[in-house]
Design a protein around this ligand. Structure first.
Ligand SMILES: *Cc1c(COP(=O)(O)O)cnc(C)c1O
Length: 372
């Protein structure tokens, strides 16, 4: 083996360059590190990117989901219908408001919340639906909209995704939360954004991210409960620089995914991310495969790691996490599609600068591990 073949390939890696340094340095030199002009610039540019009327920058994707859920009126004793195949934040935000996350099973192809299962879970306490655009694959919203309940979208993995009718994810008018953690399509280190159609909801979110401060009143007047979910000017500067290179980063991710698709073709029993249907476009976030039923995932993870390739079970089912089992009495067998997918899913190294050679190496190694 050559030395490069022995190098570890990272699981994820942001694209950061001279433009990020320049804008962050400008903020440092300005001396204005919070609630300055970059906040509004970042919000406007982001709203334009996804075709939303408004956008509110916040300190994380989770903070965005929390405020979005509050903005549609979710509170004590309500139920929020959401996907058990997600990052835990999408369920946690309901618990923050003393509401109950009610899970419904997922579609076996898109891995998104199944609208029929969601409809069957509706009760008189249901206050909102919280579909997750999992792995950047856009949720078809129409069947959820027909249920006539407020919708909050978890778009934290879906920047760049486009619905079948051409609307970008985040531009449908419902509050939609994006996340900017270091592995996302766009990063500010930590950060998030809520896009929204209704200006009154933006006002509420802007106030609640800033301790419930009334927009035009004396700074000491806090007319409602709020949080500190502000995003710093440094983070906004990073975000603006990242937006300038977003199309290139998204295109690079799509190219890496296409290479994986070719390189992993025809491994028996291995399921690749679903193809894009009916004009929908995935905003590529991660490359997650489902292993053949015959293989043991822990063994596969170990054998890949021994060859310098990190991988990660992704995602474990939320309802089977110990907090959710204990607090809401969940158990195995409730959501069979989700549980089957969660037991077989594996995220492979995936990032915009991933070379053809790196993709080949991961694919060949996985092939050798699965078909010894
Ligand atoms: C990343 C992510 C979030 C938000 O994460 P933060 O770390 O709070 O920015 C929420 N939901 C999903 C599905 C995610 O992948």
């Amino acid at each position: 083996m050559t030395p490069t073949e022995l190098d570890t390939i990272p699981l994820a890696q942001p694209v950061l360059g001279a433009r990020e340094e320049e804008l962050v340095l400008e903020v440092l030199r300005s001396g204005r590190l919070s609630l300055g002009s970059l906040l509004e610039r970042f919000e406007r540019a982001f709203a334009a990117q996804v075709g939303a009327g408004h956008a509110s920058a916040v300190s994380s994707g989770t903070a965005g989901l929390h405020l979005a859920l509050r903005s549609v009126g979710v509170s004590d004793g309500d139920e929020v219908i959401t996907s058990p195949f997600s990052f835990v934040a999408s369920a946690n935000v309901a618990v923050y408001e003393r509401a109950r996350p009610v899970f419904a099973d997922i579609d076996p192809v898109t891995l998104n919340l199944d609208p029929n299962a969601a409809a069957a879970a509706v009760s008189e306490r249901t206050a909102a639906l919280l579909p997750v655009h999992i792995f950047g694959y856009p949720v078809a919203l129409a069947p959820f909209e027909r249920l006539g309940l407020p919708i909050v979208e978890d778009a934290c993995e879906a920047l760049g995704a486009v619905h079948a009718d051409g609307t970008p994810v985040g531009g449908s008018g419902h509050p939609a939360a994006f996340g900017f953690y270091a592995n996302k399509q766009l990063t500010t280190g930590e950060g998030g954004m809520v896009t929204i159609g209704d200006g009154a909801l933006k006002e509420r979110i802007d106030s609640e991210r800033n301790q419930g401060r009334a927009p035009n009143l004396d700074w000491l007047d806090h007319d409602r409960l709020g949080f500190n979910y502000r995003l710093s000017e440094l983070a906004c500067a990073l975000g603006l620089a990242q937006l300038e290179r977003l199309e290139a980063m998204l295109a690079a991710r799509a190219r890496v995914a296409a290479r994986y698709g070719e390189a992993l073709d025809e491994i028996e029993g291995l399921a690749l991310p679903c193809p894009e249907e009916g004009g929908a476009r995935r905003g590529w976030f991660v490359y997650v495969v489902q292993l053949p039923r015959r293989s043991d995932r822990d063994t596969v993870v170990g054998e890949l790691a021994a060859r310098g390739i990190p991988s990660k079970p992704y995602f474990p089912a939320v309802h089977l996490m110990s907090y959710y089992r204990e607090r809401f009495a969940h158990r195995e067998g409730e959501f069979p599609v989700c549980e089957d997918v969660a037991a077989r899913s594996l995220a492979l190294p995936f990032f915009p600068a991933m070379s053809e050679g790196q993709v080949e190496r991961v694919a060949e190694t996985l092939r050798a591990v699965l078909e010894p």
